[in-house]
Design a protein around this ligand. Structure first.
Ligand code: ADP
Length: 371
């Protein structure tokens, strides 16, 4: 009995709420767009019209994919079309990152949005979708200011760091006079620390460029073998210290690449640095370079700790580090693979990996020969 009463009560509430719903729809301070299953707009609330700057008649009955197609930063193609995802997969799509998705107003201006696109399901069939969105220009501005500040600080750190590194190297070479064993050790540690810090500063600069959408490709001719050898020479001390063996599998007749001049260095430096970090002493790291049609295939294989299954989907996320990696190396940042992947997306390349826990990992990268 109580159960039936409860149901009746709920129904009544529903009837009341359907009236209220209209009020909510009309007065909500969030934009709301409803479409049918093909993405044709059937309803919009006043806030959506205000934000988009269109009169209702110019949107209702029109395809949201045409009139309200989402864009990326600065008019670039959006990474994802939330409405399409909701309609095609039946899954809810949420985006709250300050600078990923933009709507274009009738006036031609764009604004960043946080949004949720959800399918409307009736009798297990997708009959439409509802998109809820808010203008997050203010938040986006703050986020940009944060990234600009990080970029400024990183730039300022660059010069003193370069001086510390250079002078330490000179002293280690004996330019300032003969060194005792202890002095050598102290200076070697200083040099290693300054290299780590220089890498962190480079990473911070790259991340702020990615977030601000200001990665500017400086296209030039790059020789893959040379890029790989430069990186390996940079890590000579760590390789010696950990007694790692390095194997090279370079194809003969490798093509010269016409790509962003920093691209290969960023890729190989991060992948090799990880392979060296996450491989115990005495292990082996193999770097491969091979032509594959109109792509260069770079492989970095190690005999290290491997990537746990539950971490597989997350290793490209910003700041993510798996537990076994944290245990092995306390100083990683979780930025390297995020940077590599972001640069590769821009360069129309690809990255993936295979891994066996406790046995080793191989990273594969495809870079177009002509970006
Ligand atoms: P970092 O190495 O600074 O932690 P990355 O973004 O380069 O950051 O890598 C993210 C995570 O991916 C690492 O913390 C680690 O968990 C995993 N990973 C990357 N490369 C390897 C590898 N060669 N072997 C094992 N784990 C790896």
């Amino acid at each position: 009995m109580v159960h039936i009463m409860k149901r009746m009560h709920n129904k009544k509430r529903l009837v009341v709420s359907s009236k209220k719903l209209e009020e909510v729809f009309l007065s909500a301070a969030t934009g709301l767009i409803v479409t049918d299953r093909r993405g044709v707009v059937t309803m919009l609330n006043p806030e959506a019209l205000r934000l988009l700057g269109y009169p209702a008649r110019e949107i209702i009955g029109k395809s949201a994919f045409e009139r309200l197609a989402m864009e990326g930063r600065e008019g670039k193609k959006a990474e994802k079309q939330p409405l399409k995802i909701a309609l095609m997969t039946g899954k809810r799509f949420k985006q709250s990152h300050p600078n990923r998705l933009y709507y274009r107003k009738k006036s031609g201006d764009t604004f960043p949005v946080a949004l949720t696109a959800a399918p409307i399901v009736r009798k297990k069939k997708i009959i439409g979708a509802v998109v809820l969105f808010a203008d997050i220009s203010e938040l986006s501005k703050k986020d940009d200011e944060k990234d600009e500040f990080i970029s400024f600080v990183a730039h300022q750190l660059n010069t003193p760091l370069a001086i510390i590194g250079l002078n330490t190297e000179l002293m280690l070479r004996g330019t300032g006079g003969r060194l005792t064993k202890d002095q050598k050790k102290f200076l070697t540690d200083t040099l290693e620390a300054s290299k780590r810090m220089a890498k962190l500063v480079r990473d911070l600069l790259n991340v702020s460029k990615i977030e601000l959408g200001t990665i500017a490709a400086d296209i030039g001719e790059v020789e893959p073998r040379e890029a790989s050898e430069t990186v390996l020479a940079e890590f000579r001390d760590i390789i010696n210290k950990k007694k790692l063996s390095i194997e090279r599998k370079y194809d003969t007749n490798l093509p010269h690449l016409l790509v962003d001049k920093k691209l290969l260095n960023i890729i190989i430096e991060n992948l090799v640095s990880n392979a060296l970090k996450y491989t115990p002493s005495g292990g082996r790291v193999t770097v491969g370079l091979k032509r594959k049609g109109s792509y260069l295939l770079i492989t970095v294989e190690d005999t290290g700790v491997g990537i746990p299954k539950r971490a597989e989907k997350k290793v490209f996320d910003k700041l993510y580090r798996a537990d076994n990696a944290r245990e092995m190396d306390g100083e990683g940042t979780g930025l390297g693979l995020y940077i590599v992947q972001s640069f590769l997306v821009r360069a129309k390349g690809k990255i993936w990996f295979t891994s066996r826990l406790g046995k080793g990992t191989t990273f594969y990268v495809e870079v177009p020969i002509h970006q």
